[in-house]
Ligand binder design. Sequence first.
Ligand code: ZN
Length: 725
Amino acid sequence: MASIRQRRKRVILSQISTLMTAGAIALTPSTILAQAAAAGFGPDNPFYAPSVLPFQAPPFDRIKDADYQPAIEAGIAQKLAEIQKIADNPAPPTFENTIVAMEKTGQLFDRVMQVFEGVSGANTNPALEAIRKEEAPKQAAMRDAIYLNARLFGRVSKIYEQRHALQLDPESLRLVEMDYQKFVHAGARLSDADKAELKKLNEEEATLTSAFASKLLAATKNAAYATTDKAALAGLSDAQTAVAAQAAANRKAPGWVLSLQNTTQQPILQSLSDRATRQAVFAQSWNRAERGDANDTRATIARLAKLRAQKAKLLGYPNYAAWKLEDQMAHTPEAALKFMDALVPASTAKAEGEAKDIQALINAQGGGFTLEPWDWNFYAEQVRKAKFDLDEAQTRPYFELNNVLHNGVFYAAEKLYGITFKQLHDIPVYNPDVQVYEVFDADGKPLALWYCDYFQRDNKDGGAWMSNFVGQSKLLGTLPAIYNVANFSKPAPGEPALISFSDVTTMFHEFGHALHGMFANTEYPSLSGTEVPRDFVEFPSQFNEHWASYPAVFEHYARHYKTGAPMLAELAAKLEKARTFNHGYMFTELLAAAELDMQWHTLAADAPLKDADTFETEALKKTHLALRTVPPRYRSSYFLHIWGNGYAAGYYAYLWCEMLDDDAFQWFEDHGGLTRTNGDRFRQMVLSRGNTEDPAKMYSAWFGGEPGIGPMLKARGLEAAPVAK
Ligand SMILES: [Zn+2]
């Protein structure tokens, strides 16, 4: 799985859980407008009016750091004034004067925020970071002001109640339902007393969430493994030892320090040949946040689980996951649990097989001990070398970045969808590394603008992601301007960028998100493109990854950068085989984490406060994932995704989207593979539709049935276990 991330541009439902936490900030449109005017927001600000460049491309040649903040503040004020006007409209509520009117609000805010998010993520500096910090609570307060506006909710409710009598087209009907649900999710239907109670719970949640994040940060730092005995580090390369020495120097500590990664398993265990050191490093990782000191997170997470359950009850749901999943593709925690439970037998069977291989290797080497989790990476790496000895240096010359882009990524898209690409040199960019392409539809009409910013920089966030500078909407008359960002190593000047196959996969992945944005063909901006549930958003991107290793595409781009020769079949086969190596372990640790997440978030409000360790042990036993050698990818006490990063009751989404993409790719294979007919049908029924239909219905209409786990297990080299009916 490539390291991936997808950023969202507007208010998404997960953020609504933190609504009402910033109520202390006095926010009146007039004060902000006055401040903005004083700060110099006027016609000479590049965000004042829509850009006159093609596709309303951001005028980066005119944008200065100082332009953002006044535009953001004026944007918030303008949006709030527009919303208030809708709420105060003396005319009876109609779809047009309320729901459509809301879609038209906040155009200045979106215009500046989309650019600000892009630049502050990919090309930041202290000035932009300061703006981000200052503006975040104001945006939270803005969302409060919208979703807790009782008068506005009154109008939305009226329309929602009459929705079936209004003879709306399906997309408009969907918009009414989504809008109503957003308000309800935020607590708009509650009495004033319950709203006050919810506000208290939200504030406590925000406090605990941020306490969890800071405790974990400190705990992870403190739990680094330190030694003054160089022999303990046997097996590390000179470079790894130098990093460890530097880490110690940075802490003004003697000897060597091995810093911890956020996961249970530590990549460094792969190299450490001293078993006692491995065990010690693993123990540091496993117990990092359970040391009974100020950074112990166990009481914090137990309280968080409890208060989330209380919040859900107040909002009328049996548990937090039920509240969270209502607008997702899975719809209910039961559906997500059923999906995960079905994966457990095949996954654990594969992991147990891998454990046997490793034990056999330990025995063959005369180890004389039983495999433990801290041994896994060290021996798995030896098994991998023995089985699929793959030297990355051998494959890189076949993956020159520009060639992969044009003859791989673009080629697959052209074959499937008929779209073509032309590089533009006259569109301004925020950094010279950024390239811009105009994308043309099969009939030659302009479709989208696409930016790529592939090389690592010190002022860029880690990972890779996609988002929009401009979103598509027929209502607003806008076509999409989309960007992909990654962190590939930049070659020396004049040298070709030879990337790894994992980087190639990342390019296809992010371009899959880009296609979802480019093909967007919806009326309303809030339903457009990638504005879809979390358990659906990674589907188009992961689906697009499949073409990277599809023979007709692979052969077309995997060519030696000097000679143009295709990759030797033997090497290509190794590459393919190595893809499913160790997947029993990787899949099982993911499943265990996803199950833990769901178990914590399906607690009822009246369940007693849990002891974190006991709960975790029982939850893993109950879900048949208590494997001695395969611990969860994150232990509850350091599971930042669910306690601090908005993935509560949502970690299953990674696996869910994998089911969809493997299943969909199997459909393509069964229907002739890489063809325009298949591509056009997928585009028309899925990629162009955004969130205009329940994704579960959208998927089954396209696929001709419910998604199944068979292709997913096959793709990971797992055997499907017989399913009891
Ligand atoms: Zn993604």
